[in-house]
Every structure is written in structure tokens, then in C-alpha cells.
Design a binder for this molecule. Structure first.
Ligand code: ZN
Length: 92
């Protein structure tokens, strides 16, 4: 009976030691992954500039700045006018 108990205890100890080693290795790997991950955000800020590259044109009716991608636009005398809404375009 004692021998079985001894084997059981030694097995439990072995498993816990193995778990500790695996956990230690996992933390090492995650540290390595975070180490490379920390460098990536540094190169991120330049990626935000495209959102500001949208050219804004002033709505001649209400004075609001609207992106040139808007559907509310009119071409008059060779110039394109951009509007914030269909109502502003109708007033123009
Ligand atoms: Zn407007």
C-alpha cells in the first residue's frame, strides 16, 4: 500500500514539476512575443495620416467643411461645389 502511495505522490510531484517547467517556458515565449510586439506600435502613428488626407471643401451655403467624397456636389462654371446635404445643394 505504501509503495502505491509513494508512486502516486512521485507522479503528482513529477506532473507539477513538468507543469512548472512548461509554464516557465510559456512565459519566456510570451515575453519574446511581447518584446517583438512592443516595437510594432512605434511604426503605427504614420498609418493614421491617411485619415487626414481626405480633402475638405467648404459648403458655400452653410459654411460647413465636407469631404470631397460626398455625393452632394454640383459643377458650375468649371468649379465643383460640395454640400453637406441635399437641402444646401437645393438652396445653392
Ligand atoms: Zn450645408
Amino acid at each position: 500500500v505504501f509503495r502505491v502511495l509513494f508512486y502516486l505522490i512521485s507522479a503528482i510531484v513529477l506532473i507539477s514539476v513538468l507543469r512548472g517547467v512548461i509554464g516557465f517556458l510559456a512565459s519566456l515565449f510570451s515575453q519574446a512575443a511581447f518584446g517583438t510586439g512592443r516595437r510594432a506600435p512605434v511604426s503605427k502613428p504614420p498609418a493614421q495620416s491617411p485619415t487626414h488626407s481626405h480633402t475638405l471643401k467648404r459648403d458655400p451655403v452653410c459654411g460647413t467643411f465636407v469631404p470631397t467624397s460626398t455625393n452632394e456636389q454640383i459643377e458650375r462654371n468649371g468649379e465643383t461645389y460640395y454640400f453637406c446635404s441635399a437641402a444646401c445643394r437645393a438652396k445653392f
